[in-house]
Design a protein. Structure first.
Length: 111
């Protein structure tokens, strides 16, 4: 059985986040990235009590939002309108797990 990676060891999750998510959510996961206010609605602060409750009520919501894009074309449209090109990525199950673990740990550490 594979043991969970600690925050410091989860290099894959951190790299995916920084390369694919931080442009909107910011390195601090608080919605402070350069495109945060350029989407409609603006990029949410993932450290709020409401979002933490959502994570608790719906585990894996971050991963499913990456897969399902509940806001339809919001992410690609925001990137396109601002000339940001993020290369395609061949997601593996472990990548989603690593990203989810990194995000949960980042959100838990933020105050």
């Amino acid at each position: 059985m594979q043991t969970p990676l600690s925050f410091a060891e989860n290099v894959n999750g951190k790299n995916i986040y920084l390369q694919r998510c931080a442009v909107c959510h910011g390195e601090d996961v608080k919605g402070t990235g350069p495109l945060a206010k350029k989407s409609n609605p603006p990029t949410p602060d993932l450290t709020t009590a409401a979002f933490k409750k959502r994570l608790n009520d719906y585990p894996g919501v971050i991963v499913s939002s990456v897969i399902l894009r509940p806001n339809g074309d919001l992410i690609p449209k925001t990137l396109r309108e601002n000339g940001v090109k993020i290369p395609p990525f061949a997601w593996k199950v472990q990548d989603f797990r690593d990203l989810n673990a990194y995000m949960l740990e980042s959100i838990a550490k933020s105050r």
